[in-house]
Design a protein. Structure first.
Length: 140
């Protein structure tokens, strides 16, 4: 895991990760959250929707943003303050989600960093938004 202090960050820095979504990831997310919408869990049900197959929970993909912010940039010690999200396309079983967070603004006195966050599958944005994160200082 990488860890940055607020003083280490610069606008334009970015980090990311890739994760291939498995059926077991969707099932585990449903169990943890209680979101058992059949579009995520039942192939029979999902076949009747406009998706034609099971899709991952949107918040599962959003969780990949949390993983980038909490483990890579800024990393351990960072605390989410807010997140906006737009869900633009579905993520299906077997899709590889490429998640990137890029520093867009810094407020050094308040120890806050703003990030543009996006998740892509095969180059197509599936989720995007803005995050505000508290970042520890070397001085405190």
């Amino acid at each position: 895991m990488q860890s940055y202090y607020i003083e280490d960050l610069e606008v334009g820095m970015e980090a990311g990760l890739e994760k291939t979504v498995k059926a077991s990831d969707i099932t585990a997310f449903a169990e943890i959250t209680g979101d058992r919408n059949p579009v995520h869990l039942s192939e029979h049900y999902a076949a009747k929707t406009f998706f034609k197959t099971r899709i991952a929970h949107g918040m599962l993909s959003a969780g990949f943003i949390s993983a980038v912010l909490g483990t890579k940039l800024p990393g351990p010690g960072a605390i989410y303050m807010s997140q906006t999200l737009k869900f633009l396309a579905p993520v299906r079983i077997g899709d590889t989600v490429n998640t990137v967070a890029r520093v867009t603004a810094l407020d050094l006195p308040k120890k806050r960093a703003q990030f543009h966050c996006r998740c892509e599958v095969a180059g197509k944005t599936v989720v995007e938004g803005e995050a505000l994160v508290f970042v520890p200082s070397r001085a405190s």
